[in-house]
Design a binder for this molecule. Structure first.
Ligand SMILES: Nc1ncnc2c1ncn2[C@@H]1O[C@H](COP(=O)(O)OP(=O)(O)OP(=O)(O)O)[C@@H](O)[C@H]1O
Length: 264
């Protein structure tokens, strides 16, 4: 199931072709292919152990595939250094929230833009005004993100004093501070109540449009996946099981048997 160019002009933001990853004797990914188009929200679902997290790790170069290619807007990224991934346009949130408790919300979010301020000490010595101006620019960008996410009033409070749903929102803000073209969300609905999940879905949809983002969402919360995603990719036992629009996936017999069950 290789990623094909659609109507000759289709250049996906993310194109993974025939990717395989094994850990010793465990074949975590076996020849999987997947694409995410510009401005698209794609779901990646499948049973536990299907290879979803391994796939995200391969995109962010935390894991090196033994075979296959991963391209971002046509450029191969599978051999990039981990530290360069954010600068190439990929941001990620993790299953476990990373809050730096002693830092304010603003500072927590500014960490997402650290690649733009890299080498600040050296630059500050050579060009103190330039380093200061750059930090000011990043701060302004982050303030505008917090404003968009309805968190402007919280910018000076400690990150760890926020209730859980707002910490999740702060994670999204931090990812946006990197100004990605591709955002990877790893089980963002975990631990949220039903109402909070709906609110979170609305937020993701808003930022997709306002920031022209492409999003790959790993999630077990089927209500969120089905309502938010334009397309869904399904992995099973490290392989592609199906890809399609939510209504196609919901009624796909193989997906029902392997993952959704008859009640979905
Ligand atoms: N570092 C590792 N060393 C050995 N095996 C691993 C490693 N990482 C993942 N695996 C194995 O690879 C397979 C795929 O795991 P992965 O975590 O990618 O699945 P998943 O779809 O994300 O599952 P879940 O929904 O439970 O998070 C599993 O059999 C897992 O045990």
């Amino acid at each position: 199931m290789a990623v094909q160019e659609r109507n000759g002009a289709y250049l996906p933001v993310l194109a993974a072709n025939s990717v395989s990853v094994s850990f010793g004797g465990v074949q975590a990914l076996d020849n999987v292919s997947l694409d995410v188009g510009e401005g698209e929200i794609c779901g990646l679902i499948g049973p536990n152990g299907a290879g979803k997290t391994t796939f995200l790790n391969a995109i962010t170069c935390l894991t090196r595939p033994q075979r296959g290619s991963i391209k971002l807007s046509g450029r191969t990224i599978s051999n990039a250094a981990v530290r360069d991934i954010i600068g190439l346009g990929v941001a990620r949130t993790f299953q476990n929230i990373g809050v730096y408790g002693s830092l304010s919300v603003l500072e927590n979010v500014m960490l997402g833009a650290h690649h733009k301020m890299g080498g600040r000490v050296a630059r500050a010595l050579l060009n103190p005004f330039g380093a200061w101006a750059q930090e000011k620019t990043v701060r302004r960008q982050v303030e505008s993100i917090l404003d968009e996410l309805g968190m402007a009033a919280l910018s000076s409070v400690r990150g760890d004093s926020l209730p859980y749903p707002l910490q999740k929102r702060m994670e999204i803000a931090r990812a946006l501070a990197a100004e990605p073209k591709l955002l990877l969300l790893d089980e963002p609905a975990g631990g949220l109540t039903h109402g909070e999940v709906s609110e979170f879905g609305a937020l993701v949809n808003t930022i997709r449009h306002s920031r022209k983002l492409s999003i790959l969402l790993i999630e077990h919360h089927m209500g969120l996946v089905m309502s938010l995603c334009d397309r869904i990719h399904v992995f099973h036992l490290g392989r592609n099981l199906a890809s399609g629009r939510p209504e196609e996936i919901r009624t796909n017999e193989a997906v029902i048997d392997a993952y959704l069950g008859r009640g979905a």
